[in-house]
Design a protein around this ligand. Structure first.
Ligand code: FE2
Ligand code: FE2
Length: 208
């Protein structure tokens, strides 16, 4: 799905749906991180108009706003179940993905800042793709549960964000072929991270 090279192990879906309180707490933190990541890009690059056009700044702000709305929805669901948010569970997926991207040399020669920003956008796209894949699995597995529609809606939203991040990377780099080539390499990194996490043991977490 969405170009991902490795499908999620069906055992993850089973584990996740058997541990919904833990899954929801991890999920809420993921939405919060997605919102802060989008705004941290605006904070870091927003003043550099040659890197981030006003259009890109606005689209990142839209993503952040939607992620905050997702965060609110998940927190309300946690509250409805009589649970509390709690501290963020360990989340190696995103940090391993970022580390993997940093180890991957760019073949393109461009300004380091442009490539750094493009990588942050493309890693963002992959995180959205993996989240979308897992939300879809949850929506199918939770047939008949109140959370089914919730996850089906979030699937559609994160799949849209995946495309947004790729569009933004194209906008920033200004060369679709270069972005495509980089994305192909990053998909390999993402598959390696997922296989590695499975090797460490599945967890009831969105990227666990
Ligand atoms: Fe989200
Ligand atoms: Fe998203």
């Amino acid at each position: 799905m969405l170009g991902l090279l490795v499908a999620t192990d069906p055992a993850w879906t089973e584990l996740a749906t058997r541990n919904l309180p833990a899954l929801l707490i991890d999920h809420a933190h993921c939405e919060m991180k997605a919102a802060s990541n989008a705004m941290s890009l605006v904070a870091r690059y927003g003043g550099l108009h040659e890197l981030l056009s006003t259009q890109v700044v606005l689209r990142l702000s839209d993503v952040a706003q939607e992620e905050i709305e997702h965060f609110r929805l998940v927190v309300r669901e946690i509250e409805r179940r009589g649970e509390v948010l709690g501290p963020p569970p360990v989340d190696d997926y995103a940090s391993d993905l970022r580390k993997g991207a940093r180890r991957l040399a760019w073949t393109e020669r461009s300004h380091e800042r442009v490539l750094g920003l493009a990588d942050r956008l493309l890693v963002g796209a992959l995180i959205e793709a993996r989240s979308a894949e897992r939300f879809k699995l949850l929506a199918s597995a939770l047939e008949g549960d109140a959370l089914q529609a919730f996850y089906a809606e979030l699937f559609a939203s994160e799949a849209r964000h995946y495309r947004t991040f790729i569009d933004l990377a194209n906008d920033v780099v200004g060369d679709e072929a270069v972005v495509r080539e980089r994305l192909v390499a990053l998909y390999e990194v993402e598959a390696g991270v997922v296989r590695d996490l499975v090797g460490r043991g599945l967890r009831p977490a969105i990227h666990g």
